[in-house]
Design a protein around this ligand. Structure first.
Ligand SMILES: Cc1ncc(COP(=O)(O)O)c(C=O)c1O
Length: 412
């Protein structure tokens, strides 16, 4: 069957999640395919933030720590995220950035598995994960073993020296999904712990951390969870490790009795010990409010739409962009792909800029990746259709080939 615009409009008409787009403050014409970098703003956020700033901060001042419940907001936000990643509320803590939480988790994992010195990861992991591992390796006298990204290479590198296997569930470039359950089981069989980065999974892909027996995980609040720029991140520690886990950023919010102001650090019970210092409250409030959108949402249904959007995109690329030298860097099988599709093209940067000039926002990743994120809560099937049509026109008219599109900006 030839795919036309009417077909995409019909898919939107049947889409049971279609009404969710109205929960976001997106301009009517906006085609936003970058929710995997920065999620869209939920429509009710400005009013909630106005209240937080004017009433809770402005009038309530420091009293709001108690009166507005600021002090246990991280735990309440954590419980909302836990539901989305197959964890219990008391296994998740919210605060700091993904990078900082990874630092805490990696250090804690190395301590839980002493006598082994290797952090195993893959070369294509997100740079901050690699950089944090490098920082930790220097501090803990550990060694990093880098392997190729494919599952067989990762599994073959698990041996008696590996203390912790650190992987990103959905790859930031290709969108490839690792089999969390299988890889975690193999890591455990080799005596290693497993840390998963869920930056590109939480809120878009069905995740079952406890069913997979994951040891620890981290993830972002500002991507598919729509918590806003620089939103607090989360960290998960499986309940079986909570009594023993010790992380080195032993700030007062992770203390057993922070308001006793004792001299010696005593880790709080349970997941609270993964906290460090005062959280960014306004950002925490924004994330809390953003997560309301997920209430009652069936994650399987969300995932089904994410797969269907990506499938449609790939079919359209095959049909409309043949002959323009594009490659598809993502798995074609949607079961193996997160909520994004990556194309490759030598002029990828300029093509993305030409698209942005037409009101269609994706992004570019070195060296040649055009990345399109399909946040299922607000991306429409017709957006997918219009995007591929626009790329075809840009190629046909050589529209990308202009100085203003070829000059690189600081953020790509
Ligand atoms: C896999 C992964 N981890 C971590 C991050 C970001 O970490 P942070 O929020 O600390 O900058 C990203 C950002 O894109 C990412 O893709």
């Amino acid at each position: 069957m030839k795919l036309n615009r009417e077909h995409s409009i019909a898919l939107d008409a049947e889409d049971q999640l279609a009404a969710y787009r109205g929960k976001f403050a997106l301009p009517e014409q906006e085609i936003y395919l970058d929710g995997n970098s920065l999620g869209a703003m939920p429509a009710h956020l400005p009013a909630r933030m106005q209240q937080a700033v004017a009433s809770e901060w402005g009038n309530g001042l420091i009293r709001s720590w108690n009166d507005a419940g600021w002090i246990d907001l991280p735990q309440r936000v954590a419980a909302k995220i836990a539901r989305l990643i197959g964890a219990e509320g008391d296994e998740v803590m919210v605060g700091d950035s993904t990078s900082v939480n990874l630092f805490k988790a990696l250090a804690a994992a190395l301590r839980l598995n002493p006598g082994r010195k290797v952090i195993l990861t893959e070369r294509g992991n997100f740079p901050t994960d690699l950089y944090i591992a490098q920082g930790i390796a220097g501090l803990f006298d550990a060694e990093i073993r880098y392997v190729d990204s494919d599952e067989a290479s990762v599994l073959a590198a698990l041996d008696e020296d590996v203390s912790v296997l650190m992987l990103t569930h959905v790859n930031y470039r290709s969108g490839r999904i690792y089999d969390m359950q299988k890889i975690t089981a193999m890591a455990h069989a080799a005596g290693a712990l497993c840390i998963w980065d869920l930056a590109h999974s939480a809120g878009a892909v069905h995740v079952e951390l406890n069913a997979a027996k994951a040891d620890m995980a981290v993830g972002c609040g500002y991507k598919y969870l729509n918590g806003g720029p620089g939103a607090p991140a989360f960290v998960f520690v499986a309940s079986r490790h909570l009594d023993d886990v010790r992380q080195p950023l032993s700030g007062w919010h992770g203390h057993a009795q922070p308001f006793e102001f004792l001299q010696e650090y005593q880790p709080a019970a349970g997941i609270n010990r993964m906290q460090c210092g005062t959280p960014p409250l306004l950002s925490m409030i924004a994330l809390d409010a953003a997560l309301e959108v997920f209430e009652g949402l069936d994650m399987q249904q969300l995932r089904a739409k994410s797969r269907a959007l990506g499938d449609l995109f790939i079919r359209l690329v095959d049909e409309k962009l043949a002959g323009y030298d594009f490659g598809i860097a993502s798995p074609r099988d949607s079961a193996l792909r997160g909520s994004q599709v990556a194309l490759t093209h030598a002029q990828g940067y300029a093509i993305v800029q030409a698209l942005i000039a037409r009101g269609i926002t994706g992004d570019f990743r070195m060296p040649d990746i055009l990345r399109f994120g399909f946040a299922p809560l607000y991306v429409r099937f017709v957006d997918v259709y219009d995007t591929v049509e626009a790329i075809a026109e840009i190629m046909e008219k050589d529209e990308w080939n202009q100085e203003k599109f070829l000059t690189k900006k600081a953020v790509t």
